[in-house]
Ligand binder design. Structure first.
Ligand code: 13P
Ligand code: SF4
Length: 316
């Protein structure tokens, strides 16, 4: 079938049926890709959907570690990513050799890796976690056990503060997009929009100060630290009419679409993940049409990484 004979969206929908494929998209994808997807969600929901799908092929519209996670969970399925250059600066902040030498320094510690890590790093970990279950995962580990938490330092400090854990070591990694959302950005926007609720992703550079302001009462009931799907749920259920959103701006498409009477304002217009934006409709078409680019994880790595992911899934 020639794509030019039909619109690109219709061609993708047709090929999807023919090939028994499913399209999964992260909340930060461009609007056109979100619209063509069968499911849009956060890292945890995408992993759960990958685990449950009966499709033969998963077209993963997100970044590479997410597609790798789907390939680990579903070794019998074909997982495709439309652009191999859709990486993640946070996942690149620690590699397997670095983690191995950190483990050597703390041989009895439990290793908790954020889902934003490579398959190899996950294979060296005891638990995986996402922004929506990191607190639950850490709370499930006996209090006397040391924890190595990686790679996001803002999420790690937030989890340590909430769980009151003193024996948790945090890797100094960061996401370049979220680290750039600083306390001064939040304060300036709160001054302009003083009746808005504030939604903050825990990878943000302002997470610790926001948490402090919530616990000291200054931002009580006004600010919420949430994963991208947690933000979606909160936007739906809150009575507020206006929201300041501290995360990658791709999420605003779904927020506005699903909450037509509410207003969503990004804290930073330029909080844009260039890796997430690598995926275009044309590349999705190419991916489904030509079965590119298959994401494969060696069995030796996948079998170990699956245990860490499964331990997380069992807790959620
Ligand atoms: P979520 O799990 O909250 O969707 O976050 C993933 C991510 O990459 C944030 O930058
Ligand atoms: Fe990675 Fe940051 Fe992009 Fe999320 S927003 S995929 S953490 S670079």
């Amino acid at each position: 079938m020639l794509q030019s004979a039909l619109g690109i969206e219709e061609s993708i929908t047709r090929l999807k049926k023919e090939k028994k494929a499913v399209i999964l998209a992260h909340n930060y994808q461009i609007p056109e890709v979100q619209e063509i997807a069968d499911f849009v969600g956060d890292s945890l929901a995408l992993s759960q959907t990958a685990a449950e799908t009966t499709a033969n092929t998963i077209i993963f519209c997100g970044v590479h570690f997410m597609a790798e996670t789907a390939a680990i969970i579903c070794p019998e399925k074909r997982v495709l990513i439309p652009d191999l250059e859709a990486g993640c600066s946070l996942a690149s902040s620690i590699n397997a050799a670095e983690l191995n030498s950190w483990i050597t320094e703390h041989p009895n510690a439990v290793v908790v890796s954020y889902i934003n890590t490579t398959a190899e790093v996950k294979s060296l970990s005891d638990y995986c976690c996402t922004s929506s279950n990191a607190v639950r995962v850490v709370n499930s580990i006996p209090a006397d056990k040391e924890i190595l938490f990686l790679p996001d330092m803002f999420l790690g400090s937030y989890v340590a503060e909430i769980t009151k854990r003193k024996n948790m070591f945090v890797w100094p990694g960061e996401c370049h997009v979220h680290a750039g959302i600083r306390t001064q950005d939040i304060n300036a926007m709160l001054e302009m929009y003083n009746s808005a609720e504030l939604l903050v992703h825990p990878e943000c550079g302002c997470t610790s100060s926001t948490l402090y302001d919530i616990s000291s009462g200054q931002l009580l009931k006004k600010a919420h630290i949430l994963s991208t799907e947690g933000m979606m749920k909160h936007a739906r259920n809150s009575d507020a009419r206006q929201f300041l959103v501290a995360t990658e701006t791709g999420i605003l498409h779904r927020m506005k679409k699903e909450n037509k009477s509410k207003e969503f304002i990004p804290i930073k217009e330029d909080a844009i993940c260039k890796y997430m934006k690598k995926i275009t409709l044309e590349k999705v078409y190419d991916s489904i049409c030509n079965d590119v680019y298959e994401v494969k994880v060696p069995k030796r790595v996948a079998d170990k990484a699956r245990l860490a992911i499964q331990r997380m899934m069992d807790l959620t």
